[in-house]
Design a protein around this ligand. Structure first.
Ligand SMILES: [Zn+2]
Ligand SMILES: [Zn+2]
Length: 347
């Protein structure tokens, strides 16, 4: 370990629903094969907000104090055994997961489905609303000097956008319908454009969000309250849902051409009614997405070349002692992405 490092750090710790405290904690221990990252920027995700309000997401329950935040970037300040010391000083984007590398899913390359996955800010694994965090060395990806730490942090939601478009088979000339123009829907639209889709239709009931979608790659927007998407005969190659809302999902399935794809990204009710005969008769491919696998190199490429714009998604910033405010800001309708900057402020 680097002797110039402090022994303690500030961390924002979730104790129970609606109870986040700024605390002093010991620096996390760096195990063999890991790196210690001084965190510069962390994006606030809907899942952080959900854990804060409910203390759980489905079967994942916060029953011991846990640090939230999983969209993070910073600078390597120490390395564990077996990691090249010259990585110290490297600016990195963190892929916030640690798979077992041994199970059937890991061996087949689908490590996001590893049953033993340890993921930042998913109980009991600490996230990155802290001055320092550890990650496996090969899940810390070097970023170009020209890339901001904020953009590097947002390679995490960008990865969801990449994975969703890959699952949907979006490519040059594709037409795609995206339901929901929140941060993830906007990123999905940007990736669709970067992948060469020529018709990118985004639906959202909120006018301001439709405006944002047009700024970030949508070729057309639809107000689903105004127009019945199911009866428009859009015939798109792919429908990607980023809303989680049953009416949007049902309508989207009716907008897909025969043999097209339906990708469910948005998190809504656990059980929903789907038009099964439509799926059968048109041989639609319906799938979900659970995080992502092997997306970081492409995410860094798309963001650093300007094919996808992450910097302009940031609408507000907070210090580590403002995490409660940051989580509140994330729910405002005009918010796209909120950033917590643990390096800022005192100390
Ligand atoms: Zn996220
Ligand atoms: Zn595994």
């Amino acid at each position: 370990m680097n002797s110039s490092l402090p022994t303690e750090m500030r961390a924002s710790v979730l104790h129970a629903a609606k109870d986040v405290r700024l605390e002093t904690r010991a620096l996390p221990a760096v195990e063999a094969g890991q790196v210690l990252v001084k965190i510069a920027a962390v994006g606030v995700c809907g899942s952080d907000v959900h854990y804060f309000h409910e203390g759980r997401i489905g079967s994942f329950i916060v029953d011991a104090p846990m640090i939230l935040g999983h969209e993070s970037a910073g600078t390597i300040v120490a390395v564990g055994a077996g990691v090249a010391a010259d990585r110290i000083g490297e600016r990195v984007s963190i892929e916030p997961q640690r798979a077992c590398r041994r199970c059937e899913q890991c061996k087949r390359g689908r490590y996001n489905l590893c049953p033993d996955m340890e993921f930042y800010a998913t109980p009991p694994i600490d996230g990155a609303f802290a001055e320092y965090a550890v990650i496996e060395a090969d899940y810390a990806f070097a970023i170009p000097d020209t890339m901001s730490f904020e953009a590097a942090a947002l390679c995490e939601p960008l990865s969801v956008g990449i994975w969703s478009n890959q699952k949907a088979g979006v490519g040059p000339g594709s037409s795609v319908l995206i339901a929901g123009a929140g941060p993830i829907g906007i990123i999905i639209a940007q990736v669709a454009r970067a992948f060469g889709a020529t018709s990118i239709i985004v639906s959202d009931p909120v006018a301001e969000r439709r405006e944002v979608a047009l700024r970030f790659g949508a070729t057309e927007v639809i107000d689903p309250i105004d127009q019945d998407i199911a009866s428009l005969n859009l015939g798109v190659d792919a429908f990607i849902d980023a809303s989680g809302a049953e009416p949007a999902i049902r309508a989207g399935i009716f907008a897909v051409a025969p043999a097209g794809s339906v990708v469910l990204v948005g998190m809504g009710a656990d059980d929903q009614r789907l038009p099964v005969s439509r799926i059968q008769n048109l041989e639609l491919n319906v799938t979900g997405v659970f995080r992502y696998a092997n997306t970081w190199p492409l995410a860094i490429e798309l963001a650093s070349t300007g094919a996808v714009d992450l910097d302009d998604l940031v609408t507000s910033r907070f210090d580590l002692d403002g995490v409660t405010e940051a989580l509140a800001a994330a729910t405002h309708p005009e918010t796209l992405k909120v950033i917590v900057a643990p390096g800022a402020g005192t100390r």
